[in-house]
Design a binder for this molecule. Structure first.
Ligand code: AMP
Length: 249
């Protein structure tokens, strides 16, 4: 069974993002970029399924600029078998990503695509759901446990106030939540080995996908600065402020 794992290159989660002066987006020049944390969880889950004898091949896919090769090499160093880069410097929105992934699924025929539940840069939480709709495959989102037996995946998902377990027939789409696993670090020998693993490079045009954006970003602004707090003398003063100044009670 082949598993496809889409991995996105995003601003590292430790970096404090800065908005560009013209408010057209966030600053990416000279910023540390890394694999989207949810995608590390997807790679780890695919590797676990391979170690358990369920999967036979893991293909990591990234869509974006040439430097996405680094993200793919990280996936290969963790344990993916080969990689595909869909190279483009255009702005690629979730629907375009889903269409490109659909084209790759049609070429590769994976039994499972494991995506992150969301990319931490755009926080869209759309690609997995759109891909499932385009392929007409079942989907289980926000997975916190995955068990695969005889063409079926049992997925435990986090929902408001508890856990839900669903069963989906393969081929299927799964998106990963934080509690699914703890991704492994790539060891130095595996980083060296990853350099020799195969990586195909293709373009959206070669896949026959029109990636023209459907949405236009009007402006991006920083969140308002937090105002300083005040100390109150006692509970009565606190209640008085909540009632008369904040007017929340
Ligand atoms: P989003 O819908 O943008 O929040 O992204 C959800 C998931 O889709 C990510 O965690 C990735 O698994 C995948 N994805 C989104 N954009 C890309 C991309 N440019 N390249 C590879 N995978 C992507």
């Amino acid at each position: 069974m082949k598993i496809l794992v889409p991995v996105k290159r995003v601003v590292d989660y430790n970096v404090k993002v800065r908005v560009k002066a013209d408010q057209s987006g966030v600053e990416l020049a000279n910023i540390k970029m890394s694999m989207n944390p949810f995608d590390e969880i997807s790679v780890e889950e695919a590797i676990k399924l391979k170690e358990a004898g369920v999967a036979t091949e893991i293909i990591a896919v990234s869509i974006g600029v040439t430097q996405c090769q680094e993200t793919l090499r990280t996936a290969l160093a963790m344990g993916a078998d080969r990689a595909i880069l869909v190279e483009t410097s255009a702005e690629i929105q979730p629907l375009a990503v889903a269409k490109l992934l659909k084209a790759i699924c049609e070429k590769e025929s994976p039994q499972m695509v494991i995506l992150g539940k969301q990319a931490i840069d755009d926080d869209s939480n759309q690609t997995g759901q759109m891909l499932a709709a385009l392929l007409n495959w079942p989907q289980a989102t926000f997975a916190s446990k995955v068990t695969v037996t005889a063409g079926v995946a049992e997925v435990m998902r986090e929902i408001d106030g508890g856990m839900e377990t669903v069963e989906i027939k393969l081929p299927a789409i799964i998106t990963t939540d934080l509690r699914l696993n703890t991704p492994r670090y790539a060891t130095l020998p595996n980083i060296m080995k990853a350099k020799k693993k195969p990586m195909d490079v293709m373009t959206p045009e070669a896949l026959g996908v029109d990636v023209t954006p459907r949405l236009k970003t009007l402006k991006v602004v920083e969140p308002p600065k937090r105002k300083g707090g005040v100390m109150v003398a006692d509970v009565a003063a606190l209640v008085d402020k909540l009632k008369n100044e904040a007017k929340v009670i």
